[in-house]
Design a protein around this ligand. Structure first.
Ligand code: MD3
Ligand code: FE
Length: 223
């Protein structure tokens, strides 16, 4: 009766769910980090405020972004790239606080990837209506390392597709504290986020924050 186990204990959200080859959904994994995480994020945003990047196609993204770590993801009319310098301040991105580093490494290990040393933490902020169109994350040089994503605040509908843009997508509701580890063949899967529904979150108010931890460079140990 193992198939009935989750029903019998009344848990509709098992703690670890395999949602694709190399992709693990860890419900609530970030909750124990919450108390340390929130002030650390506030400090990053103080040093490098959220901004709406312009895509190479000239569109202003509805999601606002900033970064922490030795590298940050940026987009401007000349293209997408990783850069050690925040173009808004002309200074390095705020360093990755130990609590972020540990959350990413612990989650990666729980997802089956030991020794994950992330160099970049991209921080996305969604307000109601903001969305992220279907895309692949392929501006990194190291596809052997996973990407770890942490959802905070309002819930979002995450779209998870295949290796081709035209592949069908599955929908997952990602809630505050949920963590997903995307490695192996899932690393290059198309994915996106549906327009954020309005709501009010007890801790974060009317927004969703998503952290994505990335190892960018080949071979180099993350810093
Ligand atoms: C699947 N962020 O920043 S996190 C992104 O919720 C991004 O803000 C979304 O996609 C967000 O690039 C989704 C989940 C995610 C992140 C990276 C992936 C899923 C992924 C890389 C490969 C496959
Ligand atoms: Fe992405």
């Amino acid at each position: 009766m193992t198939a009935d186990l989750f029903e019998t204990v009344g848990d509709a959200r098992p703690p670890r769910e395999t949602i694709g080859e190399g992709a693990a959904l860890l419900r609530g994994f970030a909750k124990p980090f919450e108390a340390e995480l929130m002030p650390a994020l506030r400090e990053i945003v103080r040093q490098a405020p959220f901004r709406h990047l312009i895509t190479p196609g000239g569109h202003r993204m509805s999601v606002a972004m900033t970064n922490s770590g030795s590298l940050g993801w940026v987009s401007d009319p000349s293209g997408y790239r990783y850069d050690g310098i925040d173009p808004n301040s002309g200074t390095p991105w705020p360093p990755m606080p130990p609590v972020l580093r540990k959350l990413a490494a612990d989650a990666a290990a729980a997802g089956g990837f030991n020794g994950f040393a992330s160099e970049a933490c991209l921080i996305n902020r969604y307000v109601p209506g903001a969305k992220l169109s279907l895309h692949q994350d392929k501006d990194e040089l190291d596809f052997a390392a996973p990407i770890v994503s942490v959802s905070l605040g309002l819930p979002a509908i995450f779209l998870f597709g295949g290796l081709k843009r035209s592949d069908p997508t599955r929908r997952y509701r990602l809630e505050h504290g949920d963590v997903v580890v995307w490695g192996g063949p899932s690393r290059l899967a198309f994915h996106g986020v549906a327009p954020l529904a309005d709501g009010e979150h007890g801790l974060l108010g009317r927004q969703r924050i998503n952290l994505t931890f990335r190892k960018v460079r080949l071979g180099a140990a993350g810093r």
